[in-house]
Ligand binder design. Structure first.
Ligand SMILES: Cc1cc2nc3c(=O)[nH]c(=O)nc-3n(C[C@H](O)[C@H](O)[C@H](O)COP(=O)(O)OP(=O)(O)OC[C@H]3O[C@@H](n4cnc5c(N)ncnc54)[C@H](O)[C@@H]3O)c2cc1C
Length: 277
């Protein structure tokens, strides 16, 4: 939005968001498409002054409180497009209760953030609520997802490092069998293996991806690699830090314990579902 919109649109959309007066949810994922975003079925049909949108979304976070939705819809059927990524359009629109109903899902974790199914029937979206050009929504989507991947990767490196620093401090202070637990190789070696070289490598991926993004160059592979590697490393580092704390590791209020559910495990190491955007 910040790249593609005319100044009037940016003012109308971005200022209330930045001021915190409005919240936006993100309607991309659909039941029959999953990761295969170009197979979405939600369709925006041209009508006088805008579009009539029908379809449905799943997993839409914060739809219960959001006043606006970033909505991805097909404006040209996939078989009629030159490339599968063509013919998809992005809208930013206020939710309309009559045409846009949402139900909250129950989950195992991440309960602070509501997840919803959304059912949309003939929702009128005015032309001025279209983001950028018709049919280019998939490209705009990638422009927003890559910096998010880089941000999440850097956050995971930081959470893992912070957890390990606290674990090292605890290992120096906690005395068992008459000496600090950090004197034992069983505590030292695994913590060292998670820290130092591996976190430097992951920061390297984050920085390279961020530099490419800031230079306006393609960065999808680097951003994905950074998120995958940093997610796994952050999760392992936080887990190691919890183990170093022994029983205290599962006490509320121990900061490294709090880091564990906040890092995104990489899919191959995931103990549960991960948001793979
Ligand atoms: C807590 C949470 C919050 C979310 N918030 C939002 C949101 O706000 N807005 C939104 O639009 N979406 C949101 N999502 C949806 C999320 O982006 C999707 O879950 C994700 O895109 C994967 O889609 P899916 O769950 O349908 O999995 P599927 O596409 O059905 O995939 C199932 C499994 O198969 C694997 N898989 C699929 N294709 C391949 C392949 N070709 N090769 C190898 N493996 C493959 C996947 O990695 C996954 O492990 C959220 C999800 C969760 C869990």
């Amino acid at each position: 939005m910040s790249f593609t919109g005319p100044p009037e649109q940016k003012k109308r959309w971005l200022v209330p968001l930045i001021k915190g007066e409005e919240q936006t949810c993100f309607g991309v994922t659909e039941a029959d498409a999953g990761l295969d975003t170009t197979s979405i079925k939600t369709f925006a049909r041209r009508t006088d002054g805008g579009y009539l949108v029908s379809g449905g979304k799943i997993w839409t976070s914060t739809a219960q409180i959001a006043s606006k939705i970033v909505l991805l819809a097909r404006t040209t059927a996939k078989p009629d497009c030159r490339r599968p990524t063509d013919g998809i359009t992005l809208f930013l629109h206020r939710s309309r209760p009559s045409a846009h109903r949402s139900t909250r899902d129950r989950k195992l974790g991440r309960k602070a953030v509501d997840s919803n199914q959304i059912f949309i029937t003939d929702l009128f979206v005015p032309e001025e609520d279209r983001v950028g050009d018709e049919g280019k929504g998939f490209q705009y989507l990638l422009d927003s997802i890559n910096p998010e991947r880089i941000l999440v990767a850097a956050e995971n490196v930081g959470l893992g490092q912070g957890a390990l620093e606290r674990a090292a401090r605890y290992a120096r202070e906690r005395v068992v069998f008459g000496r600090p637990i950090g004197k034992n190789q069983g505590i030292q070696h695994p913590a060292r293996a998670e820290a130092g070289p591996s976190s430097r490598r992951h920061i390297g991926w984050c920085l390279r991806a961020a530099w490419l993004y800031d230079s306006g160059k393609p960065c999808a592979a680097e951003a994905n690699a950074a998120k995958l590697l940093a997610g796994g490393a952050g999760f392992e580092a936080a887990t190691r830090a919890v183990l170093t704390h022994g029983g205290m590791g599962i006490c509320q209020g121990i900061p490294c314990r709090a880091a564990v559910p906040r890092v995104h495990p990489a899919p191959d190491r995931a103990r549960g579902p991960s948001n793979s955007s």
